[in-house]
Design a protein around this ligand. Structure first.
Ligand code: FES
Length: 126
């Protein structure tokens, strides 16, 4: 029996938007000290909209799937909309996650929010 939904398996096997954005406007990295998984999200911002987003994740299947789906949810959103993306949104877009894997979806929403914060901070300095 597979504890993951088909959507999770699809995003795990064919992750979208994997990689790095060399000229990213914002970068956010989070790790979970318990499982040791680490995720970095890169965003490109144009006219207050997330025009591109990529991720690098060293982690479990759920961490990879949640990063992948999160990039799809975030792309094209305004920064304010993207800031409101929660771990529950991430999980429901994957047709759910097993309870012990919910923290994996935290990583992706936290990393996205950090990337936005990073973008706002660097912009203030300019
Ligand atoms: Fe920790 Fe998935 S087991 S992120």
């Amino acid at each position: 029996m597979n504890m993951y939904s088909e959507k999770v398996m699809d995003h795990f096997k064919n992750p979208r938007n994997v990689g790095e954005l060399k000229d990213a406007d914002g970068v956010g990295t989070v790790g979970n000290p318990i499982c040791g998984d680490v995720m970095t999200i890169y965003i490109k911002v144009k006219d207050n909209i997330i025009s591109d987003v990529k991720f690098k994740t060293f982690g479990c299947a759920a961490a990879i799937a949640t990063s992948s789906i999160m990039t799809e949810i975030a792309k094209g959103k305004t920064l304010e909309e993207a800031e409101k993306i929660t771990k529950a949104d991430v999980a429901s877009n994957l047709d759910g996650l097993p309870p012990q894997k919910m923290h994996c979806s935290n990583l992706s929403s936290d990393a996205l929010h950090l990337a936005i914060e990073n973008y706002r901070k660097t912009k203030e300095k300019k």
